[in-house]
Design a protein around this ligand. Structure first.
Ligand SMILES: [Zn+2]
Ligand SMILES: [Zn+2]
Length: 165
């Protein structure tokens, strides 16, 4: 078999565009890779928007995974901490779905969880040290602690004399 028609988009595509699937009649999925991907994304978005615990569990898993922090002090702290749970994240978000700094209202997928005291500076990997932030504030905060960032913000914003007050 060289090609197959996707039962979702109706396009005929090369067989390499279909994932193998043992339990299907022809050995391939009915949906092409693109359709499969967009289906997964949609389902994911739906869970997230509904505030489904499954969504927060996945966020917790990624927060608990050391990833690139494997070798440094941050990785060590994560290894020695009780893993964060999806329920904790969900409760933190529901208590206040606003960015801690600019108070922008955030949908679940827009939330960036921030360690107020950085792990690299011996902050705890615990829900008490976590805040809900938007991506802009989070990027601006960078390697600053919560306290340092607040100081930085007030002096930084004061420099913008063009903003009418
Ligand atoms: Zn398709
Ligand atoms: Zn913000």
């Amino acid at each position: 078999m060289k090609s197959k028609t996707c039962s979702k988009c109706g396009e005929e595509k090369p067989i390499s565009q279909f994932e193998a699937r043992k339990d299907s009649r022809d050995g391939y999925r009915q949906y092409c890779r693109d359709c499969k991907k967009s289906q997964t994304r949609k389902a994911w978005q739906k869970w997230a928007d509904k505030g489904n615990l499954k969504y927060w569990n996945r966020r917790a898993r990624s927060l608990n995974s050391k990833g690139s922090r494997r070798n440094g002090i941050a990785g060590e702290i994560i290894s020695n901490s009780k893993p964060l749970t999806g329920l904790e994240l969900m409760e933190l978000y529901e208590k206040s779905p606003l960015c801690l700094y600019c108070e922008l209202e955030l949908t679940p997928t827009k939330v960036v969880f921030d360690h107020k005291q950085l792990l690299s500076r011996k902050g705890e990997h615990s829900i008490g040290n976590l805040s809900v932030t938007c991506i802009d504030c989070n990027q601006l905060k960078k390697a600053r602690t919560d306290g340092e960032f607040r100081k930085f913000l007030s002096s930084y914003l004061a420099r913008f004399t063009l903003i009418p007050r």
